[in-house]
Write a protein that binds this ligand. Structure first.
Ligand SMILES: Nc1ncnc2c1ncn2[C@@H]1O[C@H](COP(=O)(O)OP(=O)(O)OP(=O)(O)O)[C@@H](O)[C@H]1O
Length: 242
């Protein structure tokens, strides 16, 4: 772990963390034996911070991301996105919150091949029926550097460009938090570095909050906090606890 890492800012200026999890537990039933993927995780992710979540395969990283992002319900424990506590929300409220407050970036980009770059970026807005904030969108497109490719299809772009489009799409709604699962896993070293510089600059310049799962120490070095999971628990954390 990089000893030069800065301690995380845990809370937003108004005292509300962008994301908070309390005693988060996820047990998968159904197999021969129940699997405890998360065993009571407590953590707060301050507004404007960039956290890398690391740990060996099977340590619970994806499960933490999925439950914190409201894609999966925990077995017990609670999750807040800003001041919304997810277990209090109905499925439709949760879907709305995911669409408006949360951005996702995945290893496999997950762009829609039949849509243009511009249509991909504005898809979350159309799905939520939200009127686009044209100035913000222009800023996002400019920031990720895909302005010259708006009418192209994803297949016409390089992997790095596709991931930049996915990042623009994740930011289109001005979400409270962006969850990124191995966002550079499919990219070569230089392209990965460019994408990580972009993510970091979005945190530094726009106060965006990013939680990124990665296996890669180099990728983690761009974050201002590194949290390590082992057997569903936090085994190391350069930032503050909840
Ligand atoms: N749907 C599921 N059903 C049963 N067990 C599961 C399920 N999803 C995950 N697990 C188990 O939960 C544990 C944590 O899995 P998780 O995917 O969160 O780990 P991870 O740290 O993200 O791993 P990797 O780095 O390999 O992606 C593992 O033991 C995994 O086998």
């Amino acid at each position: 772990m990089d000893p030069g890492l800065q301690p995380a800012r845990v809370a937003a200026p108004n005292g509300v963390a962008a994301v908070r999890v309390e005693h988060l537990t996820r047990i998968y039933e159904g197999g021969d034996q129940p699997v405890t993927a998360l065993a009571g995780v407590d953590a707060a992710f301050g507004s404007g911070t960039f956290t890398a979540v690391m740990g060996r395969s099977g340590s619970g990283k994806s499960t933490l991301l999925q439950t914190a992002a409201g894609l999966d319900r925990p077995t017990s424990g609670r999750v807040w996105i800003g001041d919304s506590e997810l277990s209090r929300l109905s499925e439709s409220q949760l879907t709305r919150l995911r669409r408006t407050k949360i951005g996702f970036v995945f290893q496999a980009f997950n762009l829609v091949g039949a849509l243009t770059v511009e249509e991909n970026i504005t898809l979350p807005l159309r799905l939520s029926g939200v009127r686009p904030d044209r100035r913000w969108l222009a800023e996002v497109v400019d920031r990720v550097g895909v302005g010259g490719r708006l009418r192209h299809r994803p297949a016409e772009l390089s992997g790095g460009q596709q991931q930049r489009v996915a990042i623009a799409r994740a930011l289109a709604m001005r979400p409270t938090v962006v969850f990124a699962d191995e966002p550079t896993g499919a990219l070569d070293g230089q392209t990965a570095a460019d994408v990580l510089v972009l993510l970091k600059s979005i945190v530094d310049d726009h106060g965006q909050t990013i939680i990124m799962v990665t296996h890669d120490q180099v990728a983690a070095s761009y974050a201002d906090r590194v949290m390590v999971l082992a057997d569903g628990r936090i085994s190391a954390d350069t930032g503050g606890q909840a």
